[in-house]
Ligand binder design. Structure first.
Ligand SMILES: CC(C)(COP(=O)(O)OP(=O)(O)OC[C@H]1O[C@@H](n2cnc3c(N)ncnc32)[C@H](O)[C@@H]1OP(=O)(O)O)[C@@H](O)C(=O)NCCC(=O)NCCS
Length: 410
């Protein structure tokens, strides 16, 4: 079997869609409009596929995202997506074969990092990805607790229709991009594709309810949620509420949106996912025990240009460290780097000085946005301290005021 790895051509676009959908266990039958939007978002240039005898048997691609890093600078971020291998070709090394050309292609576009959501958590560590944005999923019985503490809320919540949502949600999203590390900036084609789902319902769930939080006419947050009735005739009314997105850019927008979601009478089992690991909702509740928290690995990052990535962010404490970064998947992307940084900026360059810390590239990805502590990784055997005190210094430097967050699955 000879496998060829290359981008798709424009003529292969529908086969690309068929292969992706089939790889995830579905059938590709988009409406005309969805197909038009798929062609605009899943372009040949962002693809990297495996072909057997001219047939697509493996798919992958990367969206050209931009995200903030600690300190507020925006970096280019390859949002890896659509990774599948046909069931006829699995466990024969095709993902191993696709990942390298995909990463090289994306780095050549000037993107120092790549990121992804993993369908299964055992897949991507071998390629140098580390868990960078851990999240939490929440389950709340809203009959048993209410909001007791809240910052002052000067704005208001109102319902919007899908057309207004398509206009206003991107404004709130951009505010979230600028106020949180890790929220990917999305282009208009992404928003159009997302908006096609706003009139859909299924499996007993309502169509989405769409709300915005505004202060002086400025949109600072939004939520979209679905409800489903569960009550049995003759018993008290009861149902589930599923908050798909709770997008906020300030303490007030966060509190106002959650206050709304916890007060949708008759729908009392509130499910939500992708909350940042430092979400303040538990601290707002009268009874924290009524909030079940489930940690989730969230978004994985892969550093493709260590020097560029580390020099773009700022560091909470001043310091200088030499890091020996081991990259077993693409060795030339590893090496020894001297990082000198602080709250005002940083410089990271290759060096031949002795290394203070030796770590695999996945461990560096895990601490890159402040989502993990190097001390924790070191105690798990995932980093080695060569100079006493250097791991404590790394933790003081890489620490961030807020946890990173990526409220969008891609
Ligand atoms: C995940 C998937 C793309 C892997 O493709 P593949 O071609 O079978 O992977 P490879 O043969 O290149 O295997 C790569 C390595 O990962 C391991 N691996 C990959 N997927 C795995 C899985 N689901 N469970 C256990 N191990 C897995 C393989 O054992 C192999 O390990 P090795 O290199 O140490 O030998 C494929 O199983 C798939 O399409 N799954 C369904 C869609 C999906 O979940 N995609 C990922 C979206 S994030």
């Amino acid at each position: 079997m000879t496998i060829e790895y290359r981008q798709i051509t424009a003529a292969e676009h529908r086969s690309f869609g068929v292969a992706i959908e089939r790889g995830f266990g579905g059938h590709y039958s988009p409406s005309q409009e969805q197909y038009r939007l798929d062609r605009l978002t899943l372009t040949p240039e962002m693809s990297m596929c495996a072909f057997d005898g001219g047939e697509i048997v493996g798919t992958s691609g990367a969206h050209p995202f931009e995200t903030a890093v600690p300190g507020g600078a925006i970096i280019k971020n390859a949002g890896v997506t659509a990774v599948t291998v046909a069931t006829t070709h699995r466990r024969q090394g095709l993902l191993n074969g696709m990942m390298k050309p995909l990463l090289r292609q994306e780095r050549d576009k000037g993107q120092p990092v790549a990121s992804l959501w993993a369908s299964e958590s055992i897949i991507y560590g071998r390629y140098g990805y580390g868990i960078s944005i851990p999240h939490e999923n929440f389950l709340i019985d809203t009959r048993k607790t209410k909001i007791k503490n809240s910052p002052e809320i000067s704005g208001r919540i109102r319902f919007v229709n899908p057309d207004e949502a398509r206009k206003l949600f991107p404004v709130a999203w951009e505010a979230a991009v600028n106020s949180h590390v890790g929220v990917p900036r999305r282009n208009d084609h992404h928003w159009d594709r997302w908006a096609t789902g706003l009139n859909e319902s299924g499996d007993g769930w309502s169509k989405p309810f769409l709300i915005v939080y505004e202060e002086d006419g400025k949109v600072l947050g939004y939520a979209n949620y679905l409800v489903k009735e569960l009550h049995v005739f003759g018993e008290h009314a009861h149902g589930m509420i599923n908050a798909d997105d709770v997008i906020h850019s300030s303490a007030a927008s966060h509190a106002a949106l959650w206050n709304h979601l916890l007060n949708v009478d008759l729908y009392d089992t509130l499910n939500t996912w992708r909350s940042p690991s430092d979400d303040s909702l538990p601290w707002m509740l009268e009874d924290q025990r009524q909030l079940e928290r489930k940690p989730y690995d969230g978004v994985w990052y892969r550093l493709m240009d260590v020097a560029e990535a580390l020099s773009t962010r700022t560091y909470l404490a001043e310091g200088s460290l030499v890091l020996e970064v081991e990259d077993s998947f693409i060795p030339e992307w590893g090496g020894r780097f001297e990082l000198t940084g602080g709250p005002d900026g940083a410089r990271c360059v290759p060096t031949t000085k002795a290394a203070d810390i030796t770590l695999p590239t996945a461990s560096l990805a895990a601490i890159f946005l402040g989502g993990a502590k190097l001390g924790d990784l070191a105690r798990a055997g995932r980093a080695e301290e060569n100079t006493d005190g250097s791991i404590a210094l790394a933790d003081a430097m890489f620490a961030t005021v807020r946890a990173p967050w990526c409220p969008m699955m891609f």
